[in-house]
Design a protein around this ligand. Structure first.
Ligand code: FES
Ligand code: FE2
Length: 411
C-alpha cells in the first residue's frame, strides 16, 4: 500500500507543471485524498467554530472532517474541550445530534456516560479488573484564539500554535472576535475536491464573470490586484494599486487600525495570509447599498471604509468589515465532497443587526462558488481534461500548489 502510494505520487509529481492546474488524479482519486488527509488535513490547525457556539456549560457541537467526528464541548467557564466522538465501549458515536447541551455525555448504545472533561463516569456491570480511568474519550488538540476554536487531529505534537498564529494578535484583537457572537450560519456542501474549493477562493479571475453582486461592492483595481489575496493579481496591477492602498492605510491607522499584512510562502506550515484593503467608494461595508447591517465591531470608533481577509490556512478564513465578519470553513469530507460553511459574526453587544442585509453578498457569492466549483469538478472528470495554464490573476494558485505538493514530496 505504502509502496503504491509512493509510486503514485512519484508519477503524479512528474506530471505536474508550475503555472498549470493539477493533473486529474489530484482532484478525483481516493488514494490522493487519503494521503491529503494523512499528510495535510490531520496535521493542521483547523477552525472548528466560534466560542459563542458553546457559550454555556455542556453546550457542544460536532465538527466532521474526513472520516472523523470531533466533539467540541464547553467543560466550564474557563475550558472548551475537544474529543473524538467515539465511545470507549464498542465504538458507537456518543453524541448524535449536530449540536446540543448535555450535563454528561451518554452513549446511546449501552449508556456508558462520560464527564465533560472526557473521563468515564459510569459503565454498568463491567468486570472487576476493568480500568475506568483508562477509558475516557480520546482527546483532540484544541486551542481558543480570539474566540475561534481551533482543533488539530495530529497524533504527534502539532505545529506550535503561538509561533504559527501569534502575529495575528493585534488585528484579531482590534476586530473584537473574542467578544463576537454568531448572527447566522450558512451551509453550502460542495461536490468537489477540497483543492478546487480552495483554488476558487484564492483567485479573483472568476470574480467578473461569476460574481456581479460581489464586484459591485469593490473597486475594480483592488479586485484585480489583490482580490484573491495579497499577491494574487498581476504584478503591474499590484503596483498600480499600492499608492491607493497606502493612502487608505494612513487614514485607517489614524483611526487605530493596526496596519500590516502577512503573505506566507510555500515553505510555511499553514500558508497564512492577511490583507487589508479598500472597498468601493461611498460604501461603509459590504452590503448591497453599502449601508451598515450592524453596529461597529471590536475596538472601532468609526467606519474606516476598509475590509480585512485573514487566512489561518487554506481551510479557514475570516473576512471582516467594520460591522460584521464571515468565518469560512472548507472541510474535506471525501475525494469529491467538501463542506463549505459560512458563519456570520457581529459584535457581542450588537442588538439591531440585519441578518438578511449582512448575508446578501456572501450568501449569493457562495452559492455561485458552489455551482462553478461543482462544474469545475464535473469537467475535470472527463477523459479530455488536461492541466490548463493559469492567468496572471491566478498567481496565488502557484503558491498554494507549491505548498500543497511539498507535503507529498516524500509520500
Ligand atoms: S458502544 Fe457506547 S456504551 Fe456500548
Ligand atoms: Fe468566488
Amino acid at each position: 500500500m505504502l509502496m503504491n502510494r509512493i509510486a503514485l505520487f512519484r508519477d503524479l509529481l512528474a506530471q505536474t507543471r508550475e503555472g498549470y492546474s493539477l493533473p486529474q488524479a489530484f482532484y478525483t482519486s481516493s488514494e490522493v485524498f487519503s494521503a491529503d488527509i494523512d499528510r495535510i488535513v490531520s496535521r493542521k490547525w483547523l477552525v472548528a467554530g466560534h466560542v459563542s457556539q458553546v457559550a454555556g456549560k455542556g453546550d457542544y457541537f460536532l465538527f466532521k472532517v474526513a472520516g472523523e467526528q470531533i466533539l467540541v464541548v464547553r467543560e466550564n467557564a474557563d475550558s472548551v474541550r475537544a474529543f473524538y466522538n467515539v465511545c470507549r465501549h464498542r465504538g458507537s458515536a456518543v453524541c448524535t445530534a449536530e449540536s446540543g447541551n448535555a450535563r454528561v455525555l451518554v452513549c446511546p448504545y449501552h449508556a456508558w456516560s462520560f464527564n465533560l472533561d472526557g473521563s468515564l463516569l459510569s459503565a454498568r456491570l463491567m468486570p472487576e479488573d476493568f480500568d475506568k480511568a483508562a477509558n475516557g474519550l480520546h482527546p483532540c488538540h484544541v486551542r481558543l484564539f480570539h474566540g475561534f476554536i481551533f482543533v488539530n487531529l495530529s497524533e504527534d505534537e502539532p505545529d506550535d500554535f503561538d509561533a504559527t498564529f501569534g502575529e495575528l494578535d493585534p488585528i484579531l484583537d482590534y476586530h473584537g472576535f473574542a467578544g463576537a457572537k454568531v448572527a447566522h450560519v450558512g451551509r453550502y456542501p460542495t461536490a468537489a475536491n477540497w483543492k478546487l474549493v480552495v483554488e476558487n477562493f484564492l483567485e479573483c479571475y472568476h470574480c467578473t464573470p461569476a460574481h456581479p453582486e460581489f464586484c459591485s461592492m469593490h473597486p475594480t483595481e483592488a479586485l484585480l490586484a489583490v482580490g484573491g489575496g495579497p499577491s494574487s493579481g498581476p504584478q503591474e496591477a499590484v503596483e498600480k494599486y499600492a499608492p491607493v492602498l497606502a493612502a487608505w492605510e494612513q487614514q485607517a491607522e489614524a483611526l487605530g487600525r493596526p496596519i500590516y499584512s502577512i503573505d506566507d510562502g510555500p515553505e510555511s506550515t499553514h500558508l497564512r495570509a492577511m490583507i487589508q484593503r479598500t472597498i468601493r467608494e461611498g460604501f461603509l461595508t459590504e452590503t448591497q447599498d453599502g449601508q451598515p447591517a450592524s453596529s461597529l465591531m471590536g475596538k472601532r470608533t468609526d467606519w474606516d471604509l476598509g475590509r480585512m481577509h485573514v487566512s489561518f490556512s487554506p481551510f479557514s478564513h475570516v473576512v471582516a468589515d467594520s460591522d460584521f465578519a464571515m468565518l469560512f470553513r472548507f472541510t474535506p469530507r471525501g475525494a469529491m465532497q467538501t463542506d463549505v460553511d459560512v458563519t456570520w459574526l457581529v459584535d457581542g453587544a450588537a442588538v439591531d443587526y440585519d441578518v438578511e442585509k449582512m448575508t446578501w453578498a456572501w450568501h449569493t457569492t457562495t452559492l455561485q462558488d458552489q455551482k462553478i466549483t461543482e462544474d469545475n469538478q464535473a469537467g475535470i472528470l472527463s477523459s479530455r481534461y488536461q492541466p490548463g495554464r493559469f492567468s496572471t490573476q491566478e498567481r496565488a494558485l502557484v503558491t498554494f500548489q507549491q505548498w500543497y505538493l511539498r507535503h507529498h514530496d516524500h509520500a
